[in-house]
Design a protein. Structure first.
Length: 230
């Protein structure tokens, strides 16, 4: 039986694996459900309905506003200028390229700005945003980074998988999958993993457990989010 009760126990039989590998194994079913959710495959297969994808975009649009705020907390807490620069670069991309994607796609789907700006997010969307804001704003740097990692890494995993399929005919689906599969996004995920590994591996057992709980909770919320929009 896989022993993930603590990082130290896990390392006894997994000497070549890292703290973030342990976070994934500890999250177990929640991680697997999120990255393999039928919604994610439907996007890559071009079988998701316009209604469902619109609902997804409306919810995700509100989430990225909380994400932008959480990045502000993480930039402030980052221990080095290199880390601050990397996080600021992601925030810039989020509020320019990614925001532009949402605005273009809403227009193509016939959703006016006054509609998507006024839309109220679902309770699950609010919980995801609140979790990220809480860990980034009230927790230590590593807590916020681990929660950010859970959310963004899930998207990287399913996006990279779906990008290996034939390109969706609908351009807004193809563009979304292609963004998640870019080398730039992948490099950012790898950088977050290195940050979390370098700090998490040195933390006390209790703190490692707390970080793991935050990571797992975000995985659970992401799976619930896909359930909700589907």
């Amino acid at each position: 039986m896989l022993n993930t009760a603590s990082y130290a126990n896990y390392k006894i039989t997994h000497t070549d694996e890292t703290f973030t590998d342990w976070l994934v194994k500890s999250a177990g079913p929640a991680w697997n459900k999120a990255i393999n959710h039928p919604f994610t495959s439907a996007v890559g297969n071009d079988t998701v309905s316009a209604e469902v994808f619109t609902r997804y975009l409306l919810e995700d649009y509100h989430y990225i506003q909380d994400l932008a705020s959480a990045l502000g907390f993480l930039i402030a807490k980052a221990p080095t200028m290199a880390a601050k620069t990397r996080l600021a670069g992601f925030a810039q991309q989020l509020t320019s390229n990614e925001l532009g994607y949402f605005q273009r796609t809403f227009k193509e789907l016939g959703i006016a700005p006054e509609v998507y700006e006024a839309a109220k997010p679902n309770t699950i969307t609010r919980a995801i945003g609140a979790t990220l804001l809480s860990t980034a704003g009230k927790g230590h740097y590593v807590d916020g980074m681990a929660t950010l990692l859970a959310s963004e890494w899930i998207y990287r995993e399913w996006g990279h998988r779906e990008a290996a399929k034939p390109r969706p005919e609908r351009l807004y689906l193809a563009e979304w999958v292609e963004f998640l599969a870019t080398d730039e996004f992948g490099e950012f995920i790898e950088w977050i993993k290195r940050e979390v590994n370098s700090i998490g591996e040195e933390e006390r057992v209790k703190r490692q457990s707390e970080i793991s709980e935050s990571f797992t909770h975000m995985c659970e919320l992401e799976a619930e989010f896909f359930d909700m929009v589907s």
